[in-house]
Write a protein that binds this ligand. Structure first.
Ligand SMILES: Cc1cc2nc3c(=O)[nH]c(=O)nc-3n(C[C@H](O)[C@H](O)[C@H](O)COP(=O)(O)OP(=O)(O)OC[C@H]3O[C@@H](n4cnc5c(N)ncnc54)[C@H](O)[C@@H]3O)c2cc1C
Ligand SMILES: C[S@@+](CC[C@H](N)C(=O)[O-])C[C@H]1O[C@@H](n2cnc3c(N)ncnc32)[C@H](O)[C@@H]1O
Length: 670
């Protein structure tokens, strides 16, 4: 189902200067000070300073991001406490501010300026769904859920340690305090989760108690006499009418909040993983795990990273658009926006957000492109439609048609990206080049890998297959991944032959193929697309095909170029049948009895065996966010994507489909 478009908040203040919502007829924070309120009610109310010393990572969820004051105050308190743990802050917001309005609102909090500037720099486009931002070298992660809490929170997969309940007054904003919203948050809580809120409304207290929370009133802030703190206690004698499924397995502690630390005394220790394949997939997941303190052994059969599909001099970064905003398109948008954020902060990557024009095939396609954007209602900063004349003006050359203009899309050198990721994680990533992994074996502690002479190469509790098309052959049991090889050949041009009446090409052009600008180092025309073909020999016919693609993109440009004179590069894309990646833990073979009721959620998994595969023709777009997803799954952290999208790329989906079609025999080998 297509999510409703976001309605941004309108910035206004009371006569006293307190930020005010006309829509809700209420203030964003106490007139006695938003920052002091955040500290008193939410930070102290949840006893965070003590608990950060005892739990790592620590996860806070908030209802209503508003101006981000609570987030910024929490970030500041965490810094003042010496950054004692990795911190996740998840916040849902139905009416986010435009960046300029947020900047105006935060300008009144001078002591937050250094942090507010960082938030504003990364502030996402106002698009419904999850947005993950990293700060302080990845030690603080903010996951913004744009959209109504009732829609977004059920899509959240996380184990929450503390809740900030901070809607507008319950009487004016009942949705955000509804039993459903509170029940969803409770389902994500565990026996040591705490909550804090400035509201002591009777209905709120009754609902929370019904859900199994032990509540306590404390002195409130400003003109509020009281506030509420609570602890989720499964031992609570009151019967809950909602199912409460603790997500994390934590030891019970004292049930009283005051005077003792309610947090369990444990720290999750970072893990160890073997990763096979040093292309975009393998380097991205290596860096994400290393950033979390994991020790990574990365094995690659070539003498250097990014020598196979990820070895082109440049590739195009742009998302998929579909008129119905299909899950694959929504996934690609989330991945695209995250990739842009990561590329902006990564040192050493050769890339440019120079803009991509996706030219329509014909006049009918132009109309479809227009209609699609009308339906999707996306911000112009993400994509807009340029008619024929506007497109020619943008590109500065004659074109056959108008098209979609992605102002922040561009080209990326994938080799430099892989190297930059490895450099960033260097302290914890041990690379093993020119080593081919021939066999895997499961042990009581995890996984071992062997070479073709059956020498043991290494072992670790977790093993991640990021070796594209070669993964299926390494699987210890025949779980279908349905990966298809798709051969692709690109051609290099030394320069664009034209009559010099035109300015240099500065943008990327796409249609059935693509053309990268001279600035990208090599002008690349791509690419052939041969399903089921793994042949790595260069072909004249493919250079000819690429010249045709060039002619479609820039009419008149290919004339006079002899295909024999072209050089290029061949690579094999590895694609799942449904063209979206395979990310997560592999399913375990099912007994005949369990097959009947199997769902993705209940399907047993092979402990410690994970995949990041099927990046297909969009590895540059998918890799950063799906690597962040897999790392979050392994480290038991909040997931950066909606549950529906996580399911969409679950590596068990084809196995489940096969079971459902009863196309697989139910023998023990399956
Ligand atoms: C012609 C062409 C054009 C493309 N254009 C674009 C584009 O414009 N935009 C875009 O986003 N994407 C593009 N792509 C897709 C993108 O390049 C891929 O999605 C991406 O590179 C896949 O990365 P990967 O890490 O999964 O695979 P790979 O880069 O192939 O990495 C897999 C690695 O695993 C290693 N390996 C395999 N088996 C073993 C083993 N047993 N032991 C040790 N190592 C092993 C391999 O040597 C390899 O290095 C293009 C692809 C091609 C072929
Ligand atoms: C009191 S303000 C939050 C202030 C914020 N915590 C801060 O630190 O600045 C309440 C916020 O809840 C948001 N909100 C209201 N109803 C919502 C809903 N149903 N889902 C998500 N957010 C909602 C409002 O848009 C508003 O930004």
């Amino acid at each position: 189902m297509k999510p409703p478009p976001l309605v941004p908040a309108e910035f206004a203040t009371t006569n006293g200067g307190t930020p005010f919502s006309v829509a809700f007829n209420d203030v964003y924070h106490s007139a006695h000070g938003g920052l002091a309120q955040a500290r008193h009610v939410f930070i102290q109310g949840n006893n965070l300073a003590d608990r950060w010393l005892q739990q790592n990572p620590f996860v806070i969820a908030e209802t209503g991001f508003g101006l981000g004051l609570n987030f910024l105050a929490t970030w500041q308190a965490w810094q003042d406490a010496g950054k004692p743990c990795r911190l996740h802050f998840v916040s849902v917001e139905k009416h986010p501010f435009h960046r300029d309005d947020l900047a105006r609102a935060l300008a009144g909090f001078a002591e937050l300026t250094p942090l507010a500037e960082q938030l504003l720099k990364q502030w996402p486009l106002l698009v419904t769904g999850f947005h993950r931002l990293h700060f302080d070298e990845g030690q603080i992660t903010l996951t913004l859920l744009f959209g109504a809490a009732q829609m977004q929170l059920p899509q959240l997969s996380a184990g929450l340690d503390a809740l900030y309940l901070d809607g507008f007054a319950p009487a004016r904003n009942p949705d955000l305090w509804s039993p459903d919203v509170l029940a969803t948050l409770t389902r994500l809580s565990h026996p040591a989760t705490t909550l804090a809120t400035w509201s002591v409304a009777g209905e709120l207290r009754r609902t929370l108690e019904q859900l199994g929370w032990s509540l306590e009133r404390r002195p409130g802030f400003g003109n509020k006499r009281e506030m509420l703190v609570g602890r989720y206690a499964t031992a609570n004698t009151r019967k809950s009418t909602w199912p409460a499924v603790p997500k994390r397995d934590c030891p019970e502690t004292d049930s009283r909040l005051r005077g003792v630390s309610p947090a369990p005394t444990f720290r999750a220790s970072p893990g160890k993983a073997i990763i096979i394949g040093a292309g975009l997939a393998g380097t991205a997941i290596s860096e994400r795990l290393a950033r979390r303190g994991w020790q990574v052994d990365l094995y690659e059969r070539n003498a250097a990273p990014a020598q196979e599909a990820s070895g082109n001099p440049s590739g195009v970064l742009l998302p998929l658009l579909t008129r119905d905003d299909a899950p694959a398109a929504r996934l690609s948008h989330a991945c695209y926006r995250y990739a842009l954020r990561r590329l902006t902060e990564l040192p050493g990557v050769r890339w440019s957000p120079c803009g991509v024009l996706h030219i329509a095939r014909d006049a009918e396609h132009e109309l479809l492109q227009c209609a699609t954007l009308n339906e999707l209602n996306l911000p112009a900063k993400l994509v807009s439609f340029l008619n024929h004349a506007a497109a020619e003006a943008q590109i500065g050359r004659p074109l056959a048609h108008g098209g979609w203009w992605f102002p922040e899309g561009g080209w990326v050198d994938p080799v430099s990206l892989c190297n930059a990721l490895l450099a960033l994680g260097a302290e914890r990533i041990e690379t093993h080049y020119s080593v081919t992994v021939a066999r895997l074996e499961q042990t009581i502690d995890g996984w071992q890998i062997f070479d073709s002479a059956d020498n043991l190469l290494g072992s670790a509790p977790h093993l991640i297959l990021a070796n594209a098309q070669a993964a299926q052959a390494l699987l210890p049991c025949p779980v279908p991944l349905t990966l298809l090889p798709i051969r692709g050949q690109i051609s290099y041009l030394e320069k664009l032959a034209d009559n010099d009446n035109h300015p240099p090409l500065r943008h990327v052009l796409c249609r059935s193929g693509y053309l990268t600008p001279p600035e990208s180092g090599a002008i690349c025309i791509g690419a052939s697309f041969d399903s089921g073909d793994s042949d790595l020999q260069s072909r004249l016919s493919d250079h000819e095909g690429n010249l045709q693609r060039l002619e479609e993109l820039l009419p008149g440009t290919a004339l006079g170029i002899n295909a024999h004179s072209l050089t290029g590069r061949v690579g094999i894309r590895s694609t799942a049948r449904d063209r979206v990646p395979l990310v997560g833990t592999l399913p375990a073979p099912l007994s005949a009895k369990d097959m009947e009721q199997a769902t993705l959620a209940t399907m047993p998994r092979i402990p410690g065996l994970h995949v990041l595969l099927g990046l297909g023709a969009r590895g540059l777009v998918w890799a950063p966010l799906v690597a962040e997803l897999l790392a979050s799954q392994l480290a038991d952290e909040p997931l950066p994507l909606e549950a529906a999208l996580v399911k969409r790329i679950d590596p068990a989906r084809f196995y489940l489909q096969a079971l459902r079609r009863k196309n697989v025999s139910n023998n023990a080998d399956l």
